[in-house]
Design a protein around this ligand. Sequence first.
Ligand code: ADP
Ligand code: MG
Length: 361
Amino acid sequence: MAKITLDNLAHSYLPAPKTEDDFALKELNHDWTDGEAYALLGASGCGKSTLLNIISGLLIPSQGRVLFDDKDVTTAPTADRNIAQVFQFPVVYDTMTVRENLAFPLKNRGMDAAEIKRLVQKVGAMIDMESQLDRKARGLTADAKQKISLGRGMVREDVNALLFDEPLTVIDPHMKWELRTQLKKLHSDFGHTMIYVTHDQTEALTFADKVVVMHDGRVVQIGTPQELFERPAHTFVGYFIGSPGMNLFDAEIDGTQAKIAGTTVDLGGAYVAAGKTQIGVRPEFIRLGSNGAGIPATIKRIEDVGRHRIVRLDVAGTEISAIAAEGEAVASDTNCITFAPEGVNVYVNDWRIAASGEGAS
Ligand code: ADP
Ligand code: MG
């Protein structure tokens, strides 16, 4: 297992990149702590696979270095990095049996037959294919083949890191949950450094200790699920994580107060803001009122989503969302909203700024 360091790393697929826009991966410095389980989360095309492939050695970065336990591996071939990578679509040897496919990485490293048998049996159970170990991979469904790919990624216990690139895409929903549980168990049993790429926030938040959120080639925040929820560092994190995502209100800020849609709101702290200023408040922290004491709002509709209701409101022509907890009444004469103070975040040009005196976050 290893700590993985990204030092001044950036990548462009163009031969002579000029502007920042030419980079699929913008400059990045980061240590992936040894033994931690990370999710790399972001929309399609934001650079997740580019980053993963640089770590695994499938891609040589156009700038910067990759270090495994402080050893420079930037140009080292994948085989020398001692990692396992599982891709979005299955990579299996059709002419081999399931067992031979799973044993392949172990045989390659000269492991003795008894040990191979034990590990293959174990991983066969983890992917729920014990009864199919001796059949050929040819003719299996895409779903089953992807389970073999996953198993091959999980079978070695001595890897520096395990990299997963949207590995459950072709797996059926029920099995997804089961396999994710197995991956988590694998992590708690062996403590591998794991990086799990996904565009699905639920997958990211349930799998990882730390979530690395990418947007447009840039890492915008690295944090625990709770940090991403409570203190989104970038408006993208606010919007992408949470269901529904964070509301954003255009605002003018003057010290401890903000003006939103003509109403003055107390911020509970002093801010110095220059640039495009917005207040971000998650739906969980919007309070509804009927006495006019707040930002004017009208209810457009109420959606019952089981555990709670989502109230959609109009605020100065923009739709915003509030969450009403189970059992909480939603007054039909609702005419304004206020913010729970602990749920207020201030953004300038999409980046969160701290109140003066607030600890760095
Ligand atoms: P993700 O995995 O988050 O969907 P990728 O890392 O695959 O994103 O892609 C990031 C950006 O780089 C995208 O704009 C994509 O079109 C571009 N890109 C990816 N692979 C290549 C390539 N081999 N050549 C040129 N551009 C690429
Ligand atoms: Mg990808």
